[in-house]
Design a binder for this molecule. Sequence first.
Ligand SMILES: [Cu+2]
Length: 256
Amino acid sequence: MKNSILAIAAMAVTSILFTGCERHHHGENGSLNVEFEHLWGMNQLPFSIGTQYVHPMTGDTMTFTTLKYYISNVELTKEDGTVQFVPNSYYLVDASNPLSALLSFDSIPSGHYTGISFLVGVDSTRNVSGAQTGALDPANDMFWSWNSGYVFIKAEGTSPQSTMPNAIFKFHIGGFQGVNSGLNRVSMSFGGGMAAVQEVASPVVHLAVNPAMLWCANGVCFPGLAQVSHLMMPNAATAQRAKAFSEGFSFEHLHN
Ligand SMILES: [Cu+2]
């Protein structure tokens, strides 16, 4: 009995010392910001809603009215290789709203970060968690049903090649189950650079997103808008396009 009380007392002293040490060396937090820049095609034209583009591979002419997608489950890699998970990281990027394309990860431990990883879409747990708030609020018009979950990527617009009424196209891409899952994790380094997070400095990492990748990735193209202008539920085609879209993210540069 006496021995175990001594052991508990020793543990308490040790943990107080350890906490004090932790606070001294690692107590500072800062924030890291990521800005998504939408760039069209191989020539990286500045992309905006309402502007007409020609797809460099399919040759289709198209004007987007909507481009929205989820970024979630963010992880940051430190220079020592350890991974910092960003808790509760769910963001809806809307190409029509520049503020939504600037993500701010707060309360990140100070240090040098060399890379980032995130899901394009929403993890399966949150797909079946019922009505939620913030980026996941069904009022954002990105939620199908309790069975199908969230639309991960929504691309809509018009194209003279479309055979739909009013020449529209609509791609609602998602699905978190089985072979037709549209959930992809993107990982990249900061090009050998390091984002220095400090209490007094919040680095900004610029990442490029190429919406043209919805039609082609790695030299392989999917049917053009004359054949397919309407994808609305998870299937093999949406899974392919989700993967292609996720391959359209790349590191641009960073500001410390
Ligand atoms: Cu910049």
